[in-house]
Design a binder for this molecule. Structure first.
Ligand code: GCO
Ligand code: MG
Length: 408
């Protein structure tokens, strides 16, 4: 069964998504997510100009060979654009295989290892009180684990803090602002390091010791600052402290790890198993954050997570809304089948996105499930997709108070 058509579809129902649709000679259709927040068009060109011409005529069921062909063939390896393009092809081929064999993809990955995948939602507030409202909203929405992000006194908008919610409102935070140049935000690490531990203490006092709490430092600390924060948060027993240092500096976590037992997660910006070799083989992290969309698809992320399993490191797959519903579905099939599952991030897509991508995964009682539809279980509505044109949108840039560029 050969690949007969390959289409790259860009749609923007609230935010930009890149989807690859492959159609085989006997009419089976597969979808793959190649969305890279702020660099979507780079992936579109990589696919349209360098990958699609190679795909038409290839056998659709040679998934591993196609992955290796696209990974080794270009000579220039790894990187977010390449691995997002490979991811889109890989997911589409797994989708096709599932549809051809009449089973959900998780069955092809070894079958169900758990009833459902524990999800964590996002809660944020410019103040502690606003954060409490957001946490209550997420608990009311069925989440049993919550990431907490809070404003920092003296600073304006900071990472992860959307507009304050009223009771009952949905969390809706899209960091990529629609503009031709990125928004600039200001940062003060000292103010953040003084403030965050008091906020986590207040959350524990309000919501108790048992609620799994996660926090994302978003690459902003030095190794020693990461160690200080990890130690300061230790009494509050976080589920994880994410990206406390810039992820590509793998050795930075040696310092953090040696000073604190607060669990560590990193990797949403990492896209191949080679980017994790020190992190995993030295057990510097507890959770792998890469998404299937950014790490070469189901095949690429499976390679990372199988390597992680050898060292007792678990999955914590990235699931922000810049992972499309196709990418989320791919994650859920891995979540259900893998033994070393940890937790799954879930930011709920908005109504317009769900008009474009018809999903069949479910979120019930705090658990996600990919469902039983053959393949990945997501269909794309062309008419709805065509209604939402691409608009340039960039993630913010971050500067210290003296103007020095810092990590966002
Ligand atoms: C997370 C991530 C996101 C990223 C976003 C980038 O933990 O979900 O850090 O908030 O900033 O996915 O596009
Ligand atoms: Mg993150």
């Amino acid at each position: 069964m050969k690949i007969e058509r390959a289409e790259v579809i860009v749609t923007s129902p609230g935010r930009n998504f890149v989807t690859l649709r492959l159609t085989t000679s006997d009419g089976v259709v597969g979808l793959g997510d190649g969305t890279l927040n702020g660099r979507e068009l780079a992936v579109v060109s990589y696919l349209r100009d360098h990958v699609v011409p190679l795909l038409v005529g290839r056998e659709a069921d040679t998934i591993e060979d196609t992955w290796q062909y696209l990974y080794r063939g270009p000579y220039w390896r790894r990187g977010p654009v390449t691995m997002a393009a490979i991811a889109a092809v890989d997911m589409a081929l797994w989708d096709i295989l599932g549809k051809r064999t009449g089973v959900p993809v998780y069955q092809l990955l070894g079958g169900r290892s758990r009833r459902g995948a524990l999800a964590y939602g996002h809660a944020s507030g410019t103040t502690v009180e606003a954060l409490f409202t957001a946490i209550r909203n997420q608990l009311d929405h069925g989440f049993r684990a919550v990431r907490i992000q809070v404003g920092v006194p003296g600073l304006g908008k900071v990472y992860g803090v959307g507009t304050d919610q009223r009771a009952g409102e949905r969390y809706d935070y899209e960091p990529a602002a629609r503009s031709v140049v990125p928004v600039e935000e200001a940062w003060d690490t000292e103010a953040y390091l003084r403030h965050l531990p008091t906020v986590v203490e207040a959350v524990r006092a309000e919501f108790g010791e048992a609620l799994p709490l996660l926090h994302d430092a978003h690459h902003r600390l030095t190794p020693n600052e990461g160690a200080q924060l990890g130690r300061a948060l230790e009494p509050h027993r976080l589920f994880w402290l994410e990206d406390c240092t810039p992820a590509e500096d793998q050795e930075a976590l040696r310092r953090v790890r040696s000073q604190t037992t607060t669990p560590l997660a990193t990797g949403e910006v990492l896209n191949s198993v080679h980017d994790y070799r020190t992190l995993i083989s030295e057990r510097l992290i507890d959770y792998v954050r890469s998404s299937a969309t950014h790490a070469g698809g189901i095949t690429g992320l499976r390679k990372i997570l199988d390597f992680a399993a050898v060292y007792g490191v678990r999955s914590g797959i990235h699931g922000a809304t810049d992972i499309s519903p196709v990418g989320m579905a791919a994650a859920l099939h891995l979540d259900i089948a893998l033994h070393n599952f940890g937790i799954q991030e879930l930011m709920l897509h908005n109504e317009r996105t769900l008009e474009v991508f018809r999903t069949s995964y479910t979120f019930v009682d705090g658990l996600l499930d990919p469902g039983e539809n053959p393949g990945l279980g997501v269909e794309l509505d062309d008419e709805a997709a065509a209604a939402y044109e691409y608009t340039p949108a960039y993630l913010p840039v971050n500067r210290l108070l003296d103007g020095t560029i810092h990590d966002w």
